[in-house]
Design a protein around this ligand. Structure first.
Ligand SMILES: *Cc1c(COP(=O)(O)O)cnc(C)c1O
Length: 320
């Protein structure tokens, strides 16, 4: 049976071109990037190349890119690393109530360590309130962490505005951009972003690899001890094939982004309008305009989501 997959916010398939780039690093080029002979150097070169690919997508310097095991680890390093390195400056962190568990549960851990966290509300379209953000800032605030785009309702936050406020108040600004990278244009400098998390498997790259952007000059503690990889900030032999895949995937995602997004946005709007037209009592969740191009989140009155999913698994008596 031909499967139609509609869950790209959960994960995506690895693109063929991406897989092709990765394969040699499982077999022929298996060197450890820390080894100084040629086999190791070829792995190091591949990692350096991927770092440039990520930097070009984010508009930052390759030195500002750290490879990790994915979005969750990037979020952990960003929040814990920054919080512990800046403990002497303050213990207050501002985030939102709609973050991914990788942020919310990291904040819970930090609260047990003596940090105080403010969780901002969102309005009915999923936006934070800029005034609430401003009013939450105290002289103890060291970090604002607001997700770029929500993983369920697709709402894109006013990132540039948040960046401006953070800069004005001398507070670091982290964004979990795992849903946005590969789907939305990003310019960390222009948007005032100090730290940014991304994950390859959300944009047709492999699972288990991600990156963290940290603006040059910002100090953060490592959260894993070991070797000196990733400028001594993230110990462990690099996932070379994964990193190569991430680099290729991010390059491909931004190559034809405008054309692809125009098509995707049209399809999304068509889908939403057809559902609204054909089914009674439905409600689009999230904002109509400021949402991820590929995101549609709709509530159907009188039926719970589990039951819809179970029904959609089957066609006739064929089920997946
Ligand atoms: C998927 C996702 C994560 C987690 O990324 P992993 O690479 O799966 O650890 C974090 N934040 C958001 C918004 C996500 O969508």
């Amino acid at each position: 049976m031909f499967i139609r997959y509609f869950d790209h916010a959960a994960t995506t398939a690895v693109k063929e071109e991406v897989l092709k780039e990765m394969l040699p690093y499982f077999s022929l080029n298996y060197g450890n990037a820390s080894s100084i002979y040629s086999l190791g150097r070829s792995s190091k070169k591949a990692i350096d190349n991927a770092r440039v690919q990520v930097a070009e997508a984010l508009h930052c310097h390759p030195r500002e890119v750290y490879f990790t095991s994915g979005g969750s680890e990037s979020d952990n390093i960003a929040l814990k690393g920054l919080a512990f390195a800046n403990r002497n400056k303050g213990n207050h962190i501002i985030t939102t109530k709609i973050e991914h568990p990788a942020i919310l549960n990291t904040c819970k851990t930090l609260e047990k360590e003596g940090f105080v966290v403010t969780y901002l509300n969102v309005d009915e379209n999923g936006f934070i309130n800029i005034n609430e953000l401003k009013n939450s800032i105290t002289d103890k605030t060291i970090l604002i962490s607001v997700m770029f785009a929500n993983n369920e309702i697709g709402t894109i936050q006013p990132i540039k505005e948040i960046g401006k406020i953070a800069k004005l108040k001398n507070i670091y600004f982290h964004t979990d951009a795992v849903q946005a990278v590969g789907n939305v244009k990003i310019n960390v400098e222009g948007m005032g972003i100090d730290l940014l998390s991304l994950s390859a498997h959300k944009f047709y790259g492999p699972k288990g690899v991600g990156a963290l952007y940290v603006k040059e000059g910002i100090n953060f503690n490592k959260i894993q001890d070991g070797g000196h990889q990733e400028k001594d900030k993230r110990a462990g032999t690099e996932n070379v094939a994964g990193i190569v895949g991430l680099g290729k995937a991010i390059e491909l995602a931004y190559k034809n982004l405008d054309m692809y997004n125009e098509k995707l946005t049209n399809l999304r709007n068509y889908y939403i309008s057809q559902v609204e037209e054909r089914i009674a009592e439905v409600k689009l969740n999230g904002d109509k305009k400021n949402r991820l191009p590929g995101n549609a989140n709709i509530s159907f009155k009188g039926i719970e989501r589990r039951r819809i999913i179970i029904k959609l698994r089957c066609k006739g008596n064929m089920c997946i």
